[in-house]
Design a protein around this ligand. Structure first.
Ligand SMILES: NC(=O)c1ccc[n+]([C@@H]2O[C@H](COP(=O)([O-])OP(=O)(O)OC[C@H]3O[C@@H](n4cnc5c(N)ncnc54)[C@H](O)[C@@H]3O)[C@@H](O)[C@H]2O)c1
Length: 291
């Protein structure tokens, strides 16, 4: 029996890349899948509804269950239609993976208001718009479920030239943390994901340019980690971020030092003198650029 037998999963942005790999693996594991994708190029400037349908056709040809949805995740109407597609076709929602995304990378001084707004809208507001109807349905119907929100090391650690993207991805981290706390009383798990894979989004990064991608860096190698997160194998985990990439699966965690505990009043100079307690010791850089 598959890990997701009898479950209904929504994967946004599943017409390409990582989302496509998640949708196909979820279907193989027995889930009925809503494959959402607006289509269009990487910068979010257009749409092509055949992207989702192509993935659905492949899932059905392989013996799975899936339905396509071409809505825009970054509008409330789109989020509601995506949830409705799941309910109309499969009668329930157990899993939501907010994965859809775009890129408009530029150094900060060259980032226009439009580049800022669109990237934040698709990633951060898109996560809100898709989560809200699913959340309400799970809560109102007393159905436990799991929501995976896609963050990125670019937001959790920072990355040159991605101020809009990094801000959105760090916002998703905060959103995930808050909902994981609110979700406990409803049995709704909320997890964060920082994936890393060779897709059209990352294919022109300096580290990926030239030659064939390493097989370990293909989306199919991230999908089992995400399957783990949405399955009952991870039932004890909520509010956590997993980095899943060719480097394996590992938790990323917010940490604090023991700190400087002053005798009040204290001065700025006292803080400076206690810098070894305030800051972590300088360590080898572990801010791996998984994406
Ligand atoms: N590939 C990586 O290494 C990497 C690293 C960190 C984070 N991520 C994140 O993983 C997710 C998937 O990225 P990917 O690499 O597979 O990219 P991708 O470009 O291959 O796939 C993203 C998909 O989202 C769809 N999409 C874009 N805007 C949409 C909208 N408004 N509504 C619905 N669908 C929309 C696109 O059509 C596309 O099919 C993104 O959130 C991305 O930020 C990827």
């Amino acid at each position: 029996m598959g890990l997701l037998e009898g479950k209904v999963a929504i994967v946004t942005g599943a017409g390409n890349g990582l989302g496509e790999a998640y949708a196909k693996l979820f279907a193989k594991e027995g889930a009925s899948v809503v494959v959402n994708d607006l289509g269009g190029p990487r910068d979010g400037s257009g749409s092509d509804k055949s992207a989702a349908q192509k993935v659905v056709d492949e899932i059905i040809a392989a013996g799975g269950k899936a339905v396509a949805n071409g809505d825009d995740v970054s509008t409330m109407e789109g989020g509601e239609n995506i949830a409705k597609t799941a309910l109309d076709n499969f009668g329930q929602i157990d899993i939501l993976v907010c994965n859809a995304g775009i890129l408009r990378d530029k150094t900060f001084a060259n980032t226009s208001e439009q580049d800022w707004d669109l990237v934040v809208k698709v990633h951060l507001k898109g996560t809100y718009c898709c989560t809200m109807p699913v959340w309400k349905w799970m809560k109102d119907n007393g159905k436990p479920g799991v929501i995976v929100m896609t963050s990125s090391t670019s937001g959790l650690y920072g990355n040159f030239g991605q101020s809009n993207y990094g801000a959105a991805k760090a916002g998703i981290y905060g959103f995930m943390r808050v909902l994981s706390i609110e979700g406990r009383k409803y049995g709704i798990r909320v997890m964060g994901l920082a994936p890393g894979a060779f897709t059209r989004m990352t294919s022109d990064l300096p580290s990926q340019r030239g030659g064939e991608p390493n097989p370990l860096s293909l989306p199919e190698n991230v999908a089992p980690g995400v399957l783990y997160m949405v399955s009952d194998l991870a039932a004890d985990h909520t509010g956590k971020v997993l980095a899943v990439s060719q480097r394996g699966v590992r938790e990323i965690k917010m940490m604090q030092t023991d700190g400087f505990q002053p005798e009040r009043p204290y001065t700025a100079q006292d803080v400076a003198a206690a810098a070894d307690k305030v800051f972590f010791p300088a360590a080898p850089d572990k801010t791996a650029k998984d994406g």
